[in-house]
Design a protein around this ligand. Structure first.
Ligand SMILES: Nc1nc2c(ncn2[C@@H]2O[C@H](COP(=O)(O)OP(=O)(O)O)[C@@H](O)[C@H]2O)c(=O)[nH]1
Ligand SMILES: [Mg+2]
Length: 304
């Protein structure tokens, strides 16, 4: 396969293809190569060649799967989910590792992340699911389009515009992570900020880099947490302390919604409910089923 005159994405994918150690990795590379190869007549043979290899690997993998050898797991969506997206080498996997303290493959080679890596981090006591996906253009479109919050990672201002053709269909809220702050001069940073404020007024952004301070890390996780339309509700039993782990509910949920979530059908049996926290007039206020909850409320109820 001659790779002269191919796009840089193609060339990198081809390099990675030769280094790949699993068929899943090879397939991911071929997908990029097939997308990147020119569609004109002179490259017809090349396209056929790629397609054949791709089909062979796919059917091999399907057989393995039938035999129960596959490790691919489905992704169960958590209450709060974000996806790291961006071009190769901008530092997505490094951010994933920083947040989750897991250990994905990090390398100076692009396309190191072949399949989605799942992890979780907490903002305060709220667990947030984070997914590291392959770089544009080999990313999981369905995840980019369907997640709650997209963490668009860039290390250069032009990438914001270029990313649009991969993100314009997303329903997610977008946070721009301008990464590798450590290698920006004050002057470069000022210019970038000026551009962000003039050209991308509505884009929520944060500068970031490896080894963030505690403050910086908290600023990032708070930014992410604030994009989710949820509230945290704690439950307690009479005379006992409130639960440590919050229940995650939609914004504007009522006490009835919370009670139903705890024990289906229980709301009919509720004798008396009390509340502490932001939505209460005073601690221990007695409430009815339609009481609207706020983040960090604590509820207590007794059943008949
Ligand atoms: N200077 C600098 N380099 C970084 C930073 N984050 C990641 N890198 C480097 O950028 C390269 C690509 O990182 P990686 O996380 O694999 O990028 P990905 O392809 O977007 O997942 C690696 O060599 C990292 O060490 C950062 O904040 N500052
Ligand atoms: Mg990566």
């Amino acid at each position: 396969m001659a790779s002269t005159n191919q796009s840089p994405f193609y060339q990198r994918a081809e390099e990675e293809f030769h280094k790949a150690t699993t068929d899943e990795e090879r397939i991911a590379c071929l997908e990029i190569m097939m997308k990147e190869v020119p569609k004109h007549k002179s490259s017809e043979n090349m396209r056929k060649n790629l397609t054949n290899r791709y089909k062979k690997l796919k059917s091999g993998l399907a057989k393995q799967k039938k035999a129960g050898k596959s490790s691919q797991q489905g992704i169960k969506k958590a209450d709060m989910q974000c996806v790291l997206a961006g071009f190769p080498n901008v530092g997505k996997s490094t951010i994933f590792k920083t947040l989750t303290k897991l250990n994905p493959k990090i390398s100076p080679h692009p396309f190191t992340t072949y399949k989605p890596q799942l992890g979780t981090f907490k903002h305060e006591d709220a667990p947030i699911q984070i997914i590291d996906i392959p770089s544009f253009p080999g990313h999981e479109k369905s995840l980019v389009n369907s997640t709650d919050t997209l963490l668009l990672v860039v290390d250069n201002i032009e990438q914001i515009k270029e990313a649009e053709k991969h993100t314009y269909r997303t329903k997610a809220k977008i946070i721009l992570i301008f990464n590798k702050e450590d290698i920006l001069s004050e002057n470069e940073k000022r210019k970038i900020e000026a551009t962000l404020k003039s050209k991308y007024k509505k884009l929520d952004y944060i500068f970031f880099s490896t080894k963030p301070t505690k403050d910086k890390l908290n600023k990032l996780t708070k930014k992410i947490f604030d994009t989710f339309p949820i509230i945290r509700i704690y439950t307690k039993e009479p005379k006992k302390a409130a639960s440590k782990d919050p229940m995650i509910m939609k914004e504007k949920s009522t006490f009835k919604n919370a009670a139903e979530k705890i024990l289906k059908g229980v709301s009919k049996k509720i004798k008396r409910a009390r509340i502490w926290g932001p939505s209460s007039k005073f601690g221990g206020q007695v409430i009815g089923l339609e009481h609207v909850l706020k983040d960090k409320d604590i509820i207590e109820f007794q059943t008949k």
